[in-house]
Ligand binder design. Structure first.
Ligand code: CP
Length: 307
């Protein structure tokens, strides 16, 4: 039985296969409409979500399966003190696969160690968000036709942004990837990402405070929200929350084929005027999330793609 806790749980070849299946699902959705008939997905969300939970549910419904679950800790027996280990043992009696989001780092790992069904990490605190990464990889591949040889700018909250940590982990495995890490010093990437991921893999990167300076060289700009829910004090959040705002004027500094991604939700970091720019790809990205989660559910349930 396989779980997905970290993007590195899959080899590059397995990720390539997933992206290929997701691409076929996009082109031929009806072919996949019954491949998971009779299967059930549990969505156990202890933290708020719009895209991840609903795209997982849409993915399973599109495959012919059913969904059950909870969308907040308060509406589950976690509110009465039940442990994750006990919860997943019980969910294993009700469902065939589980997507779990939790505010504590390592929660999905604990669940996987006590589970009778595949567990998908749908975000664990400030740590990892591997299915967002699969979404991001599919989006980049669809837009640029490749995942290698790209200069990727990551901008905003690189400290608490789990999507950033997962995406860096995944992209360092492709040749000639360069990163430009754009953040205020207080929100720079954690030391383990700089040392154990970037430097350990000899990946070219630089850290900047200024978005304008970075924009002309980027192939992809990945904007992120300042993660209010992970701050210990509100004063710091208020001081940092609007540190970067992407505007049409700034977009003039970028290449004509530079795409803007954002895992969403957006707060202020991309002005709504940018949405009209054909390089704004964040809503397409949310759509790709359904295709790749369909491919992932099939892989973990060992359901073969129909001919
Ligand atoms: N991108 C993402 O994880 O969005 P949600 O928090 O709405 O699931």
């Amino acid at each position: 039985m396989r779980h997905l806790l970290n993007p590195l749980d899959f080899t590059v070849e397995e990720i390539d296969e997933l992206l290929e299946v997701a691409g076929d699902i996009e082109k031929n959705p009806s072919k996949y409409a019954h491949v998971c008939d009779g299967k059930k997905l549990a969505t156990c969300f202890y933290e708020p979500s719009t895209r991840t939970r609903l795209s997982f549910e849409a993915a399973m419904l599109n495959l012919g399966g059913s969904v059950l679950g909870f969308s907040s800790a308060d509406s589950s027996s976690a509110a009465k003190g039940e442990s994750i280990a006990d919860t997943i043992r019980v969910i294993s009696c009700y469902a065939d696969i589980c997507a779990m989001r939790h505010p504590k780092e390592g929660s999905a790992l604990v669940a996987s160690m006590n589970s009778g069904i595949p567990v998908i990490n749908a975000g664990d605190g400030g740590h990892q968000h591997p299915t967002q990464t699969l979404t991001d990889l599919l989006t980049i591949h669809s837009l640029k036709g490749r995942l290698d040889g790209l200069t990727v700018g990551l901008c905003g909250d690189l400290k608490f942004g789990r999507t950033v940590h997962s995406l860096i982990n995944a992209l360092v495995r492709y040749p000639n990837i360069k990163f430009v890490l754009i953040s205020p010093p207080e929100l720079c990437v954690p030391e383990y990402i700089r040392e154990d991921v970037l430097k350990a893999n000899n990946v070219e990167f630089k850290e900047l405070g200024n978005l304008d300076e970075a924009l002309p060289e980027l192939d992809i700009l990945y904007m992120t929200r300042v993660q209010k829910e992970r701050f210990f004090n509100e004063e710091d959040y208020i001081r940092l929350k609007d540190c970067y705002i992407l505007t049409p004027k700034k977009m003039k500094l970028a290449k004509p084929d530079m795409y803007v991604l954002h895992p969403l939700p957006r707060v202020n970091e991309i002005s709504v005027e940018v949405d009209k720019d054909p390089r704004a790809a964040y809503f397409r990205q949310a759509q790709y999330g359904v295709y790749v989660r369909m491919a992932l559910i099939m892989k973990l349930l060992e359901v073969k793609a129909p001919c």
